[in-house]
Design a protein. Structure first.
Length: 634
């Protein structure tokens, strides 16, 4: 695409597109989808019900997403940079990979997968640092129709094993180690621990990054570099049905283990690309830097698929924003002449705290657009980003969406939609949000708040949760029949602008990472001597939310601090360091109703430090525990 054809040009056109998308959704999406390369056109644009649920887009259409992300660009922009890789160490040279080179690398990798028996429909787990091979591995799977399941590098062996077993992955792709800031992290060793309980895995492909000594098991483990030598750089793309699975991505909910959100080829491609082009108003030649990890949905949609399908140049950054110092993102922006910078409020708040001296002296004049994602952005952070990084000339888009959505849902279009700090503003054309009250009634009009639902399908909506369709129905489509329930609370102001107020279920958002309270509780409860625990979130200046755990132990503790550390070690081992509680309070009892349900409302208030009005505690089995917990609050 030289000029992206489905790009909205001004606010009037936004309104026009919006109305059209509601009046004739199928016509609207068919127009957009026709700008992609399909091997065979679809027969029916949309078929759906939100009861089972059963949603199919572009029914009967055949395509391969990598032909849209790679092959299609070769004639016109084969020598344009597709990926800029910025290594962890700023003294190491950045790597520029053109579309032609990326195409070759993807084909080579795909041939290695094929050599080890991977065929269409097989699942491949990818556990890699932020290196080009991560994008290459993802695209190689897509090339041959294998389903990728990328697991974020911060997860523990146990978490990896759970995900591998749930999806029955045949192959794992990993690296010897990873550099993250000043740390060197063993990746292969973690995978080895996981694989002890993963019988489905036949082959492990290991990329060498750190030269950390690793154990390589004969017959199972292979060095990627070695394997790539013996395959060609040609690999025809597998013809996929629009509704064939593209990937699984695990995400936390309010109950049980993380579930595998399933996205399919056609709808996801159209939605990730459409949102990328419109929200960021991407102009050919611009350099797009999304700081998320490819292990999360933001990286899938806005580092890999969206940008590449639109022929953009996308940056992959291996390190962290504070290494070697808090000026790293501004340094990268300066050196690579970044145009679009898409990051998370937690990063902004953290960098804000280091002071402006890290921004001074950096040339940020290349920036044209800024974006924020993952959690509500507070006004202070919004203004700091807009003024000090965007120099008050760059539009700033606060983009609301979820793993289950495939792409951005509610957001300004950069430079087109009037902005309002801390508001995600207006739905994209094709997205029909509604607010509902506890009884499921739609709340009409403006100046209202309620639970956020979406009442009509969009192409990027999840199709199922892997291996358990009933769970998908239960989680998203049963609370408010006929609607997709997001789990978020939301306010619609007098002008009809949306502001997401945070989760209304038991899901925490810690530094933009989704973590279920039940998951953390289960991990804590596995610790020796723990009887019961209750986990809630509390406002945290940098992380957005911190994790507060109330824990009952079998016996009084001799050394509470040491036990705290031990419990943190258990949580790290079971889930990963991102789920470690910030505060642990040992308690003798938890506030429970007579039916045995923990009253989290009270625990949340205490964790927030707001004990003045705890509401009605008369229904508690033992109201006395509340005073004790209050007295010991951290
Ligand atoms: C939250 C990340 C406020 C929200 C793309 C949602 C946000 C959850 C925003 C999804 C935003 C994401 N403003 N809250 N701009 N963006 N959220 O699946 O609670 O990791 O439900 O997807 O993050 O997190 P997930």
């Amino acid at each position: 695409m030289s000029n992206i054809p489905f790009q909205i040009q001004n606010f009037e056109q936004y309104q026009q597109y919006y109305s059209q998308s509601v009046e004739d959704p199928e016509g609207f999406w068919a127009d957009i989808a026709s700008n992609f390369y399909w091997r065979k056109p679809w027969k029916k644009t949309l078929q759906w019900n939100f009861t089972e649920p059963d949603v199919k887009w572009f029914v009967g259409g055949k395509l391969n997403i990598t032909e849209n992300a790679l092959d299609r660009h070769l004639a016109e922009r084969g020598d344009q940079t597709a990926i800029i890789w910025e290594p962890n160490d700023p003294n190491d040279d950045a790597v520029h990979i053109t579309y032609r080179q990326l195409h070759q690398r993807v084909c080579r990798f795909a041939n290695v997968l094929k050599k080890y028996g991977v065929v269409k429909g097989d699942r491949v787990c990818i556990y890699l640092p932020m290196v080009p091979e991560l994008a290459v591995a993802v695209l190689a799977c897509a090339r041959i129709g294998a389903v990728h399941s990328v697991v974020f590098g911060g997860f523990s062996a146990q978490s990896i094993a759970d995900r591998i077993n749930d999806a029955q992955c045949k192959v794992v792709v990993t690296s010897d180690g990873a550099y993250r800031g000043a740390k060197e992290i063993p990746m292969k060793a973690v995978v080895d621990d996981a694989l002890v309980i993963c019988p489905s895995v036949e082959t492990v492909l290991v990329m060498s990054r750190t030269r950390t000594p690793v154990s390589m098991i004969k017959g199972r483990d292979r060095w990627l570099e070695q394997e790539e030598k013996y395959v060609t750089a040609e690999c025809p793309a597998e013809e996929m049905d629009a509704e064939d699975m593209l990937f699984i991505l695990y995400t936390s909910g309010s109950t049980g283990k993380p579930k595998g959100v399933v996205h399919t080829v056609g709808g996801y491609m159209v939605y990730a690309s459409y949102t990328f082009a419109n929200v960021f108003q991407y102009q050919p030649g611009e350099i797009h830097f999304c700081t998320a990890d490819i292990g999360w949905i933001t990286g899938h949609s806005y580092i890999v698929y969206g940008p590449l399908c639109c022929g953009a140049t996308s940056v992959i950054f291996e390190g962290v924003p504070t290494y070697p110092d808090a000026g790293r993102l501004w340094d990268i922006t300066d050196r690579h002449r970044i145009n679009i910078l898409y990051t998370a409020p937690t990063a902004i708040r953290s960098l804000m705290g280091f002071g402006l001296q890290y921004v001074e002296g950096k040339d940020l004049s290349s920036l044209t657009k800024l974006g924020s994602v993952g959690e509500p952005i507070n006004e202070e952070a919004w203004h700091w980003f807009k003024t000090n990084i965007g120099k008050d000339k760059c539009p700033l888009v606060d983009t609301w969406w979820q793993t289950e959505n495939g792409g951005i849902m509610i957001s300004p279009l950069a430079g087109i939609t009037p902005e309002k700090p801390s508001y995600a503003t207006l739905p994209l054309p094709g997205v029909q949000p509604v607010l509902v009250d506890e009884n499921g009634n739609e709340i009409e009009g403006n100046g209202v708040s309620g639970n956020l639902c979406i009442k009509f399908p969009w192409p990027g909506i999840l199709r199922t949760t892997y291996g358990d369709h009933e769970r998908c129905r239960q989680t998203y489509f049963s609370t408010y029949p006929g609607k997709y329930f997001t789990g978020d609370g939301c306010l619609r102001d007098e002008e009809g602008y949306y502001r997401i107020t945070g989760r209304v279920d038991d899901v925490l958002n810690v530094s933009g990472h989704r973590i279920g309270t039940a998951e953390v509780e289960n991990a804590i409860n596995m610790h020796l001597g723990v009887v019961e625990s209750a986990v809630v979130g509390y406002p945290h200046d940098i992380k957005g939310q911190g994790i507060y755990a109330y824990i009952i132990t079998e016996e009084p503790l001799n050394d509470a601090d040491l036990t705290r550390k031990d419990i943190l070690a258990t949580v790290s081992r079971i889930i990963g360091p991102i789920a470690k509680p910030d505060k642990i309070q040992f308690v003798a009892g938890l506030p429970k109703t007579r039916s045995g349900k923990i009253m989290r409302r009270i625990l949340r208030k205490i964790a927030e430090g707001d004990t003045s009005n705890l509401g009605d505690t008369s229904t508690l089995l033992d109201p006395g525990v509340v005073d004790e917990i209050k007295a010991g609050a951290l």
